[in-house]
Design a protein around this ligand. Structure first.
Ligand SMILES: [Mn+2]
Length: 377
């Protein structure tokens, strides 16, 4: 049996005020071409289909188009919700769509049966672990031992395993943080406080585990416990990632072979560094890519982003090298606690390249006092 494993499409994502739907449509076009060439039996989408609970209309239209195209090709689709999705909205129409071979699992239920697909060697049990929070499952599944994500996924796995004949081939589809995986900046934490991590051994009984949540393609614990990674780069922490999809072949004996196929984005996401003059010189070629510019110079540039965009139309952000070096930059919690005049002095030093003089500090202190007094009136 052959299937494609993908995850974290984040349809409708907005990055630096830019809708990425056109970029997503572009790579999903390549994805459909790959489906035509490779002719898989199924496509598995391991959560975070949308970027948020109420996605923009274009994102809904794009998902409808892709699911319709897959169904027209008689390729089964098995998709689960992720922590960015609304479980109920992903669930909408799911019973009707099954007739078209599209299996959507938004809400985690205690009695969900595996999707059973067949090839010449027999049945393959695909187990969709829809995303849920531990407290909902603890009550909804009447499972008092569920107290965090590790026990929650173990409970979901246990219920599926009870429905799979011994020795049968099986695939888990889950959205979560498997311990040992490497994070990027575009994943939203699953829980505030407590642990959200799950040991990879939870999935040891499956022939393959199609994971979503971590946006960097990677295996965790075993080669068959795998994150396909996100459809596109969704933060500047992912510029060195090569995004793609996993083409997985499941042999008659359950052995897995897989190949990562990289998708070519409409515009790449990159970080470029140099002085303003260097970047604007002919030595640096014109680029349409999404860029974060790190300026190697202490002083700011008047309307730097506007001028850079004449040559690089998709500059999304610009930062002086000093703030780019995270070790010297204050962390957000330090900023909130810091004295305001001290913060301003740091800002002047970063932008101007030299500390404030005593005279400048005196002027700032006076202005700050005036602002505070006005605020009290
Ligand atoms: Mn995600």
């Amino acid at each position: 049996m052959r299937f494609i494993h993908t995850a974290d499409w984040h349809l409708g994502r907005i990055f630096y005020e830019q809708y990425m739907t056109a970029d997503q449509e572009y790579v999903l076009g390549q994805f459909l071409e790959l489906v035509d060439e490779w002719r898989p039996d199924a496509v598995i989408i391991a959560g975070d289909i949308y970027d948020r609970a109420i996605p923009p209309a274009e994102a809904v239209r794009l998902l409808d188009e892709v699911l319709g195209q897959l169904a027209a090709r008689r390729v089964s689709v098995i998709a689960i919700s992720g922590n960015h999705d609304s479980t109920e909205r992903i669930d909408f129409g799911s019973r009707l769509m099954r007739a078209g071979g599209v299996y959507m699992y938004g809400v985690a239920r205690p009695d969900t049966a595996p999707v059973v697909l067949h090839d010449e060697a027999g049945a393959v049990y695909i187990c969709p672990l829809a995303f849920a929070d531990p407290m909902t499952v603890r009550i909804g599944f009447d499972a008092p031992e569920v107290c965090d994500y590790a026990t929650l996924l173990a409970e979901q796995v246990r219920r599926f395993a009870a429905q799979i004949p011994a020795g049968a081939r099986s695939v888990a589809v889950a959205h979560g943080f498997v311990a040992g995986g490497s994070e990027s900046e575009s994943e939203r934490p699953l829980s505030v406080g407590g642990t959200s991590q799950v040991p990879w051994t939870t999935f040891a009984g499956f022939s393959y585990t199609a994971l979503g949540h971590l946006h960097r393609p990677q295996s965790v614990g075993a080669p068959t416990v795998r994150y396909s990674g996100s459809l596109l780069k969704y933060s500047f922490s992912e510029v060195t990632d090569e995004k793609g999809i996993e083409c997985v072949t499941l042999a008659a004996d359950g052995a897995v072979s897989r190949e990562t196929v990289h998708l070519r984005p409409r515009y790449d996401m990159r970080i470029v560094e140099g002085t303003f003059a260097e970047l604007m010189s002919d030595a640096v070629p014109v680029s349409e890519d999404y860029l974060l510019v790190r300026l190697h110079q202490p002083q700011g540039v008047v309307d730097g982003i506007g001028r850079l965009r004449k040559k690089f139309p998709r500059v999304l952000g610009i930062e002086p090298l000093e703030t780019a070096q995270l070790t010297t930059s204050p962390r957000p919690q330090d900023i909130r606690r810091a004295d305001k005049t001290e913060l301003f002095a740091r800002f002047v030093e970063e932008v101007g390249g030299a500390p404030m003089t005593e005279a400048e500090k005196a002027v700032m202190t006076r202005i700050w006092q005036e602002v505070l007094t006005e605020g009290e009136q």
